[in-house]
Design a protein around this ligand. Structure first.
Ligand code: PMV
Length: 328
């Protein structure tokens, strides 16, 4: 069987996913909306080989065993089940963004794996099926499959919990300026974090209000209304962090520099510069702005103490197979 290579981009959620109804199937408690991040990518090559006794995983040139490999093997098992094959696979994956920069790679990684593994196994899946398969590896990976601005509908079962594009990348020239802030402690990973979300007394309120925030966000994107987008994106990020900070045990991801960036973004917006912040399960702050403001914002972000780097990303396309497969 041939080796297949696929590429997927990370995404930043405007309306966040935090907490599962079903941990094993990764069915979320609420829907979410994100934008894909162009220029940052994971490329993954998968080949099923009769001679291999076990699945093998190499990430950025390093052999990976233990829980990292188990999580990949679980996706390969789903693919083997669908394709009715037994062969073990070699999986070789590269990220073009620095692993120490705190940019989560699980979304791009599992989206690229879903495409490459299923095609390498001889399956022809639809975008919806790729999204469902990617979801099983990492919930947010479901959103890295379709293009541009993407909504993941929570759904009620494995079948209807998938993501779809609500607008293509060229719909709105937004940019994500990622202020990289080094975290002093190793953070609690999102898989563990999702399991704690229900311990916060605030989670029910966050989830109950999610359909309203999703509606506002979806409409703001469709109407290219930056002010409306900015308010709901900041509200949603703050609500998720309120849940994180009030779960048992409590999860505090912000560093003092994170707060400094968040306050600066609000200040800039007050001064008439369109910018808003959103923070995932880490210390980095994503500052979203129209493309024409990005240069100025990146310059300003670099001046904030504790910001070690700024990465910028336009709105990106879908997960895809790479040309090099075509000759196979
Ligand atoms: O896909 P996971 O399990 O890494 O969860 C992602 C969680 C957040 O990044 C905090 C929010 C989101 O919707 O991307």
């Amino acid at each position: 069987m041939s080796a297949i290579t696929a590429q997927a981009l990370p995404n930043i959620a405007f309306i966040k996913y935090w907490g599962n109804r079903d941990e094993k199937l990764r069915l979320p408690v609420n829907g979410s909306i994100s934008m894909n991040l162009d220029g940052l990518f994971t490329r993954t090559t998968v080949s099923f080989q009769p001679s291999l006794p076990f699945d093998e995983l190499v990430i950025n040139g390093h052999d990976v065993a233990g829980p990292g490999l188990d999580r990949v093997s679980a996706i390969l098992d789903l693919v083997r089940g669908m394709a009715k094959i037994e062969e073990r696979a070699e999986v070789v994956s590269e990220n073009n963004f620095p692993s120490g920069a705190g940019i989560a790679s699980s979304a791009s990684a599992f989206a690229a794996l879903a495409l490459a593994a299923s095609k390498a196994a001889g399956l022809e899946l639809s975008e919806r099926e790729f999204s469902r398969l990617a979801r099983r590896g990492s919930g947010s990976a479901a959103r890295s499959v379709p293009a541009g601005f993407v909504e993941w509908q929570a759904g009620t079962s494995d079948e209807d919990s998938f993501a779809f594009s609500i607008a293509p990348p060229e719909h709105w020239a937004l940019m994500d300026c990622i202020a990289v802030i080094s975290a002093a402690h190793k953070k609690t990973g999102s898989t563990e974090g999702h399991a704690l979300a229900g311990t916060s007394p605030l989670q029910a309120a966050r989830v109950g209000d999610a359909p309203r925030r999703l509606d506002i966000c979806r409409r703001a994107i469709l109407e290219r209304d930056f002010e409306a987008l900015a308010s709901v994106v900041e509200l949603d990020s703050d609500m998720m962090h309120a849940v994180m900070m009030t779960s048992s045990p409590a999860l505090h991801y912000w560093q003092s520099a994170s707060l400094a960036v968040m306050q600066a973004a609000r200040q800039w917006r007050g001064d008439g510069i369109p910018a808003c912040y959103t923070v995932d399960a880490g210390a980095n702050v994503h500052v979203i702005c129209p493309e024409k403001e990005a240069k100025e914002i990146a310059t300003r972000l670099r001046l904030i103490q504790g910001v070690t780097d700024v990465l910028t990303a336009r709105v990106g396309g879908p997960a895809k197979f790479l040309e090099e497969n075509l000759g196979d």
